[in-house]
Design a protein around this ligand. Structure first.
Ligand code: ATP
Ligand code: MG
Length: 712
C-alpha cells in the first residue's frame, strides 16, 4: 500500500471517529468544562476546586485532540504519579473505543520524571555515545553513598580509619539527602546554592549549613564516577532530581535539541499543576515554547508537597507571568460530593485565605446528603474499633467495602486499624506501605522480644537470623559485625548438634572475635529480658540500648510526607502495653502477620495516607486522627516561642490543605474521628473542626464515643 493511500485511510478513520466521538466526549459537560474541553491552541490554565472535573476535562480534551487527528506521539501529558498516568491511559483508551489502546501506547503519558528519563536516554546516547550512558541512583545507592560521605561514628569507635570523605558528624543520611533534594528542586545547583548561603552571613555561620554544602558537593562527585571498571562501562549516576535538572539543562543548552522537541510536541497537558516544582514548570514552558499549547489544571487549595520545593506560585502564579494573555478557566461546580460535603469543604479551605484570583468557592450539583459525623474516642484503639464496626455495619446494608477508604496522616497510624480489622474480620488493603507488623523495624524489635522470652524454637532461630547483625555495626557498645557467612556457619553447626541457633552461639566453634561478638549479642538479649516482666518494658529497653539511634542513623529521622520509623516503634510499644506478658504479645504478633494481599482480599476497604489519596474518590471516607497533633501533625508545626504557646500561622497551612484533600475525596459520606490519646501523647480536637461552622459544636470534654452529626 502506498504511503498516500495509508494516509488517506487514516484520515478517513479520523473523520468517522471524530464524527461519532466528538459529541460523545462533550456530552454531560457544563459550560465552563466545555470551554476547557474545546480549548484549541494557546496557553490555558484551568483552576478549580476538588472534584470539579479538572482531570475529567483534561482527559476528554486529549481524547478530542486525538479524535481530531493529532498524532498521539506529539501529545505530552504529565500526571503526578505513575498510577494516575495508568488510569488516565485506560480512561483514554475506553473513550477512544476500538484501537484506543494502540493509540494510547504511542503517547507520552507519565510523570515528568519518566518523560525526562526518556529524553535524556535518547539524547545523551546520540550526543555522547558510550559516555552518555547513565544509571539511576536509586534510594539504596543514595543512602549507601550518603553514609560513606557523612562518616560513620561506629566505624571510628571500632578504631577503623575514617572513610574517604568522612565529615564525621552524627549523621542522618536521609535527612541530608532530602535537604539537598529540596534545594535542587527549587532549581539550584550546588555552586549556586553555596554562593547564596555564603552571601547570607548568619546562614553560612551555621555549621550544619556548611556541612550540608560539603555533603552536597561530595554527593554530586560520587555520582560522577566516570568509569565502572568492573562493568567496563561509563557509570555516571543520576538521581531522580537530576533527571529533571539534566533534562532542563539539555533543553536550555542545546538549541538543536530544544527546537526539535519544541516542534515535536504539539500539545502539553499537566494535571495537579499546583504540585509541579519550578524545575518541572520550566521544562514544560520550554517544551511548549514553539506552539504555546500548554494546558494545565490544578487547585491551589490542594498543594501538599511544599517540602519537595513545590509551591503553587511556581506554576499558577508563573502562568500569568509567562502568558499574560493566556486563557484562564474556572470550573465552578463540584460533581463529586454531596452539597453537605461541599459546603463543609468550602468553609475549611476558605480559612486558608487563598487569593480569590486563584480559587473559587465550589458550587454543588448533588443534593444535600448524609451529614458529616464526628467521633471522639479515648484512645486510638477505640477509634480503630469504631471504624471496624462502622465498616461492618456499612457492609450489612449491602454496600461494598471497596467503596470505602480510611485516610490517615502518617503510616504509623495504620497499626490500631489493622489490628481492629483483623480482629473483626474486615478485609483491607493498605496502599503504599507494608502492613504494620511486617515493617522492618517492627519485626526487628519483635525478634528481640521473642529471644527475651524463648530461644529454642524455629521462631527463635528466625529471630536470631534476623537481628544477629542488626544493628549491623554496633549496638550499645562497639561490637563486631558477624556477617552473613557467620550465620551460614552457625546454622551448619546448629544442625550438626541438633540444637537451636541461640544455644549454638554459646557452644559453637568460632574464631575468638566471633565468640566475643556472639557473647555481646547474648548479653544484650539477657539485658532486654531483665528489663522487666512486661513486653513494653523490654521493647523500650531494646530501643534505649541503641536500636533507635541505629535506626535514625540508617534511615534518617523523617521521611517524605511526614512518615517516621520511630513512630512505628512508639506504636509498637503502645500496642505491647495492652498485653499481660511478653509471650502473649509475641503470640499476638505472630497471628497478625498475615496481611491480606490485594488479590486475595476480594472486596476490601482501602487504607492510605492522605497524600496518596490525591485525585482519587470513594463514596465513603473515614478521616482518622482528626486531632491537633495528627492533623495538623505535630512535626509540621513551628512554634514562635520555646514554651510552645504561639504557633506560626503559616505552619498549619499545608496541613489544612491536607484536611481539605481528605474530606473532598468523599462522594457521599465522611466520618471524622480522633482519639484524645495517641501513643504517649495527649491530643486535642483538630483546630480545623472549628473552621467548619456547619459541623455542630461538640460538648466540652466528652469521654468514650461521642457522635454528633452536622445538621445540613
Ligand atoms: P481532584 O481535584 O480531586 O483531582 P478533579 O477536579 O480532577 O478532582 P475529577 O476527578 O475529574 O475532578 O471529577 C470528579 C468527579 O466528578 C468524577 O467522578 C467525574 O466523573 C465527575 N464529573 C466531572 N464532571 C462531570 C460532569 N460534567 N457531569 C457529571 N459528572 C462529572
Ligand atoms: Mg484530578
Amino acid at each position: 500500500m502506498s504511503q498516500a493511500t495509508l494516509e488517506a485511510i487514516t484520515e478517513d478513520l479520523h473523520r468517522s471517529r471524530s464524527a461519532t466521538l466528538l459529541p460523545a466526549l462533550e456530552a454531560g459537560l457544563n459550560t465552563e468544562q466545555i470551554q476547557a474541553f474545546s480549548h484549541d491552541d494557546g496557553p490555558c490554565l484551568v483552576l478549580a476546586g476538588a472534584g470539579s472535573g479538572k482531570t475529567t476535562v483534561l482527559t476528554r480534551r486529549v481524547a478530542r485532540l486525538l479524535a481530531r487527528g493529532t498524532d498521539p506521539q506529539r501529545i505530552f501529558v504529565a500526571t503526578f504519579t505513575k498510577k494516575a498516568a495508568e488510569e488516565m491511559g485506560s480512561r483514554l483508551a475506553a473513550l477512544l473505543g476500538e484501537g484506543g489502546e494502540a493509540i494510547v501506547e504511542k503517547m507520552w503519558i507519565g510523570t515528568f520524571h519518566s518523560h525526562c528519563l526518556r529524553i535524556l536516554k535518547f539524547e545523551w546516547a546520540h550526543l555522547f555515545g558510550k559516555a552518555g550512558y547513565f544509571q539511576l541512583a536509586d534510594e539504596n545507592w543514595q543512602i549507601r553513598v550518603a553514609k560513606a560521605i557523612l562518616g560513620d561514628k561506629d566505624w571510628m569507635a571500632r578504631g577503623l580509619p575514617s572513610p574517604p570523605f568522612g565529615l564525621n558528624v552524627a549523621y542522618d543520611p536521609k535527612g541530608a539527602l532530602s535537604a539537598v533534594s529540596a534545594v535542587k528542586n527549587r532549581g539550584f545547583q550546588v555552586e549556586e546554592a553555596e554562593a547564596a548561603f555564603r552571601a547570607h552571613e548568619p546562614l553560612w555561620a551555621d555549621p550544619s549549613i556548611q556541612i550540608l554544602a560539603k555533603f552536597w558537593r561530595c554527593y554530586e562527585q560520587a555520582k560522577q564516577a566516570k568509569f565502572d571498571i568492573l562493568a567496563k562501562k561509563p557509570s555516571r549516576r543520576l538521581d531522580f532530581d537530576d533527571l529533571l535538572i539534566e533534562a532542563l539543562k539539555l533543553l536550555q543548552e542545546q538549541p538543536a535539541i530544544r527546537q526539535k522537541y519544541q516542534q515535536f510536541f504539539q500539545y502539553l497537558c499537566i494535571d495537579e499543576t499546583q504540585d509541579t516544582s519550578s524545575v518541572q514548570w520550566e521544562i514544560a514552558r520550554l517544551l511548549s515554547a514553539a506552539h504555546s499549547n500548554i494546558f494545565i489544571v490544578g487547585d491551589v487549595g490542594q498543594a501538599v508537597y511544599g517540602f519537595r520545593g513545590c509551591s503553587p506560585e511556581a506554576t499558577v502564579g508563573q502562568f500569568g507571568a509567562a502568558y499574560p494573555s493566556g486563557t484562564v478557566i474556572r470550573l465552578p461546580t463540584n460533581y463529586r460530593s454531596t452539597a453537605t460535603i461541599v459546603r463543609v469543604a468550602n468553609e475549611l479551605i476558605e480559612c486558608s485565605g487563598i487569593d480569590a484570583k486563584y480559587r473559587l468557592e465550589m458550587a454543588s450539583v448533588h443534593p444535600e446528603g448524609e451529614p458529616l459525623s464526628q467521633h471522639e474516642h479515648e484512645h486510638a484503639d477505640a477509634e480503630a474499633l469504631f471504624v471496624a464496626e462502622s465498616l461492618k455495619q456499612i457492609q450489612e446494608t449491602g454496600a461494598a467495602l471497596r467503596d470505602c477508604v480510611v485516610l490517615f496522616r502518617t503510616n504509623a497510624y495504620s497499626r490500631a486499624l489493622e489490628e481492629a480489622f483483623v480482629k473483626n474480620g474486615v478485609p483491607y488493603v493498605l496502599q503504599g506501605a507494608m502492613g504494620f507488623y511486617a515493617r522492618r523495624e517492627v519485626r526487628d524489635l519483635v525478634a528481640f522480644l521473642q529471644l527475651s522470652v524463648e530461644r529454642d524454637s524455629p521462631a527463635a532461630d528466625e529471630a536470631v537470623k534476623r537481628v544477629l547483625n542488626v544493628p549491623s555495626k554496633s549496638f550499645g557498645k562497639p561490637t563486631h559485625f558477624l556477617g552473613g557467612a557467620f550465620i551460614a556457619a552457625l546454622e551448619t553447626q546448629a544442625a550438626l548438634k541438633n540444637q537451636s541457633l541461640y544455644k549454638t552461639l554459646a557452644t559453637g566453634q568460632f574464631k575468638t572475635w566471633q565468640g566475643l561478638a556472639a557473647k555481646d549479642f547474648r548479653d544484650m538479649v539477657r539485658d532486654i529480658a531483665l528489663a522487666g516482666d512486661s513486653a513494653e518494658a523490654r521493647l523500650r529497653k531494646a530501643r534505649d540500648m541503641g536500636y533507635d539511634d541505629w535506626l535514625l542513623r540508617e534511615e534518617g529521622h523523617v521521611e517524605d510526607e511526614g512518615n517516621s520509623r520511630l513512630d512505628n516503634l512508639e506504636e509498637l510499644c503502645t500496642a505491647a502495653a495492652a498485653f499481660p506478658t511478653p509471650l502473649d504479645f509475641v503470640a499476638f504478633v505472630a497471628a497478625q502477620n498475615k496481611p491480606i494481599g490485594e488479590e486475595e482480599a476480594g472486596d476490601a476497604v482501602e487504607m492510605m495516607t492522605i497524600h496518596r489519596a490525591k485525585g482519587l474518590e470513594w463514596p465513603v471516607v473515614f478521616v482518622v486522627g482528626f486531632a491537633f497533633g495528627m492533623l495538623p501533625h505535630h512535626r509540621s508545626l513551628r512554634w514562635l516561642d520555646e514554651e510552645k504557646t504561639q504557633l506560626a500561622g503559616d505552619s498549619i497551612e499545608e496541613e489544612r490543605r491536607l484536611a481539605y484533600v481528605a474530606i473532598t475525596r468523599a462522594k457521599e459520606r465522611v466520618y471524622l474521628s480522633w482519639p484524645l490519646q495517641h501513643q504517649t501523647r495527649a491530643l486535642t480536637r483538630s483546630p480545623f473542626l472549628k473552621e467548619m461552622p456547619s459541623l455542630p459544636e461538640m460538648e466540652a470534654a466528652p469521654l468514650g464515643t461521642v457522635s454528633k452529626e452536622a445538621s445540613s
